[in-house]
Design a protein around this ligand. Structure first.
Ligand code: RNT
Ligand code: ZN
Length: 423
């Protein structure tokens, strides 16, 4: 049931006083929050399917489980679903596309032939709804990636094919940046790795290094497009060796001064990415995040309001890094309504940011500097039960998004009237 405006406002005014007693300005927090874009991943909308219709299986160690009805089958359906989702999320966000979402008009355009032409509808659409786009090279779901190797492949011609793909995607990213007047992030992740113990760990890494240098050789205006590389610990089918490891890409990003993408599911199961942020930002101008939720492995579950998510948001906000972290989401669950999956995960990311913005961080930092760790712990714990929900509801209300779980009824209605008609 939708709550009444007067109740939302009254609750907010009480909450504002509570926070003010601790020196926290809730109005300011809301203004800051409204300016943080989340890059929402297209691939939750269609189970990482894309629109190439090449009949190729996903591969690359990516696994989507579930068969909930109603997934988007065409670019128009995906756009409509996403518009529904963002109508239920406060703030202005971005859409993150993969190269496999090219619109080729029925023609076969291979990955090494892609150009901005296949993304002109996406750009026009993004412009019409006033959002920015981000982009990704697609190094999976393709015959030339079927052996589990792309940029590290021993065959020079296959590497060259994927190098060309990498370059073209950066150009597409630049076209997105230019067309929309918002810098595009083009993120590179490859599935390369080995199931069993390699005999040579060095060779594939040397080839990857050379391939990346070939891709990033062309200078592209950083106002239009910035590049990022995404490390990973292991994948299905690459359990024993992944050339593009954390150390590999950290060194690469720092030496080339491009971005590093920290994916929350790409480390050891108990290893968080929050603590990495303040370290890597000492050496890089900007980083990107793939906020995800691994359950026992890199399972890409819908982002929930976990301690890990809150720790990530705290690091970004408390460290003063908001302008230097491009927050993106990366998960895919085909066992629930996909529009709801977008809404739940994104609203949780925003909630975590608001929680971080509402913490009495100045007091906490002062106590820490004084060495009063007792008071720091006490205040941190008390802050956890402040009336956060009243501020969150008020933010949703003033941003024109549904308050509380009122969004769910809209998704159910959309399911009834649109999604369930897709067979
Ligand atoms: C895979 C990476 C990568 C993909 C997307 C689809 O482990 O996280 O970011 O999930 O590009
Ligand atoms: Zn990722």
């Amino acid at each position: 049931m939708a709550r009444k405006l007067i109740q939302i406002e009254q609750a907010y005014l009480l909450a504002r006083d509570c926070y003010a007693e601790l020196g926290v300005d809730t109005d300011l927090a809301i203004r800051q929050l409204a300016r943080i874009p989340i890059s929402i991943h297209c691939w939750q909308g269609d189970d990482v399917g894309g629109f190439e219709n090449a009949g190729q299986e996903l591969g690359g160690g990516l696994a989507v489980t579930g068969n909930y009805p109603g997934k988007a089958r065409t670019p128009d359906e995906l756009r409509a679903d996403f518009e529904k989702a963002i109508s239920l999320i406060p703030g202005r966000h971005r859409f993150n596309l993969h190269a496999s979402y090219a619109e080729t008009g029925g023609k076969r355009v291979d990955r090494d032939e892609l150009s901005p032409a296949q993304f002109k509808h996406w750009i026009a659409w993004a412009k019409s709804i006033g959002i920015g786009l981000d982009f990704n090279q697609t190094y999976f779901a393709h015959p030339k990636a079927a052996q589990g190797m792309t940029l590290t492949h021993p065959d020079r011609r296959i590497r060259q094919f994927w190098i060309e793909h990498g370059i073209r995607c950066r150009e597409i990213g630049a076209a997105m940046g230019k067309g929309l007047g918002r810098t595009c992030l083009t993120n590179l992740w490859i599935p390369d790795g080995m199931k069993d113990t390699p005999a040579d760990r060095k060779g594939p890494r040397e080839r990857l290094l050379a391939s990346l240098d070939a891709i990033f050789q062309k200078k592209i205006d950083r106002k239009l497009n910035v590049d990022s590389v995404e490390p990973k610990l292991f994948g299905i089918g690459s359990e024993s060796y992944v050339p593009g490891s954390h150390e590999f890409y950290l060194g690469y990003a720092v030496s080339r001064q491009i971005l590093l993408t920290l994916d929350a599911g790409h480390y050891h199961p108990t290893e968080g990415i929050a603590d990495k942020i303040s370290s890597v930002l000492l050496y890089l101008p900007e980083i990107a995040l793939h906020v995800s939720r691994g359950v026992r492995w890199d399972s890409d579950h819908v982002v929930t309001l976990t301690d890990e998510l809150q720790a990530i948001a705290q690091e970004i906000v408390w460290g003063g890094h908001l302008g230097r972290v491009r927050i993106g989401l990366d998960y895919f669950d085909a066992s629930i309504n996909r529009v709801a999956a977008w809404v739940i995960g994104t609203r949780n990311m925003i909630k975590a940011l608001l929680l971080a913005l509402l913490a009495p961080i100045e007091s906490l930092k002062a106590l820490e500097l004084e060495g009063d760790f007792t008071s720091r712990l006490a205040l941190m714990e008390d802050a956890k039960t402040l009336p956060f929900a009243a501020v969150w509801d008020y933010y949703c209300e003033t941003a024109g998004a549904p308050v509380g779980n009122a969004w769910l009824a809209e998704v159910k209605d959309y399911e009834r009237t649109v999604l369930s008609k897709r067979r």
